[in-house]
Design a protein around this ligand. Structure first.
Ligand code: GUN
Length: 354
């Protein structure tokens, strides 16, 4: 058992001392005599509800879209979905549905799985010069024969609502305004709206992808956190994670981050969305969640994050899977598209924050 877990009273399950992080509710300091009451009061993380924050931001965006439409600007997103990857189809469908909910125009392009790099470049260039298109989203991953880097580089940076163009990544590095990749932007928005303190916090990011890990680390660094990026070659990973006030798990392995790696009271952002179909794995990870396990048995699969579900009893705040980071990714795509429309089509309109 970890040193950190040693701070939990073994009888009551309450903390003996207040954890360093301040995100846990006040009950962490006081031990109650009723163990079961204490367990339910103290031992469950505050849930960072991505669905709730999505709804809030959608209401804000609807107002902004109405204002833009009144000025004859209807923001529009063009999505490019190559092939028939079921997960990608589901993601893109959700993105188009979100556009419809907010009153954005949307176009879906579906080249076949055997499309060439040149054919895809031609499509992207056409979208670049289409006045009605404010944002271009090329759903990843692309098939192996396509040079994904060339495709992402071909997107006009002002229409790059995914924030993956090297120009926009460069802006992020140097803390200049520009579109930021949607998943890390969504994680930051969750942390901000739940008022998780970042300044001076130790943040550990697990995973170093261009789409999540790297931009996430940069955003946390710009918010004055002290950031450590971990990856498959990191030594003593549990010990590194134990020092974190904020953990962002984005390595794509179901339940990989163990509960005893989590510092009591830490904020845990779980970016993983892993479809688990193996009954033994589901039984192992959901041993303390009989209702979810029952659902797995009926359905044959369950969506689990990169963090072991039992971390709920240790963390101070945690994003659920599903319903945490996932809805925020789509929300930030919508936000980036509305912003791209305003900046490109009404460049002289002064708006705070840009
Ligand atoms: N595939 C999974 N997540 C994303 C994303 O945020 N953007 C794109 N373009 N593809 C993805």
């Amino acid at each position: 058992m970890s040193k950190e877990l040693g701070r939990v009273d073994p009888i009551s399950g309450c903390y003996k001392s207040k954890p360093k992080s301040t995100v846990r509710n006040d009950c962490a300091t006081a031990c109650c005599s009723q163990v079961s009451l204490c367990y339910s009061l103290c031992m469950s993380a505050r849930l960072l509800d991505g669905l709730k924050i999505r709804d809030q931001i959608f209401e804000e965006l609807k107002v902004e879209v109405r204002e833009l439409v009144a000025k004859s600007v209807r923001p529009g997103l063009a999505a490019v979905l190559v092939g028939e990857n079921p997960a990608s189809q589901l993601y893109v469908k959700s993105k188009i549905t979100a556009c419809e909910q907010l009153g954005l125009a949307s176009w879906l392009h579906t080249p076949s799985a055997d499309v060439s790099t040149e054919q895809l470049l031609k499509l992207v260039r056409n979208l670049n010069v289409d006045y009605e298109v404010d944002g271009i989203l090329v759903q990843l991953p692309l098939p192996a024969q396509v040079d994904a880097k060339r495709i992402l580089e071909a997107v006009d940076p002002v229409k790059d609502v995914d924030g993956l163009h090297p120009v926009n990544l460069g802006k992020l590095v140097s803390n200049r305004p520009g579109p930021v990749a949607c998943t890390p932007a969504g994680c930051m928005e969750l942390l901000r709206r739940y008022q998780i303190p970042l300044e001076g916090a130790n943040a550990v990011v697990l995973g170093r992808s261009d789409m999540v890990g790297k931009p996430m680390a940069l955003l946390l660094m710009h918010a004055n956190a002290t950031v450590t990026i971990c990856h498959s070659k990191t030594r003593d990973l549990p010990e590194v994670v134990r020092r974190a006030d904020i953990v962002v798990a984005a390595m794509g392995k179901a339940g990989y981050v163990q509960p005893d790696w989590i510092r009591p009271g830490a904020a845990v952002i779980d970016v993983g969305t892993n479809k688990v179909t193996d009954p033994a794995e589901a039984a192992r990870l959901l041993r303390n969640f009989p209702e979810r396990l029952e659902k797995f048995r009926t359905k044959g699969s369950v969506l689990l994050g990169d963090v072991h579900p039992d971390a709920l009893q240790i963390a101070g705040a945690l994003t659920p899977v599903p319903g945490g980071v996932g809805p925020m990714t789509i929300t930030m795509l919508m936000s980036n598209t509305v912003k791209a429309a305003r900046l490109r089509r009404l460049p002289n309109a002064a708006v705070a924050g840009n």
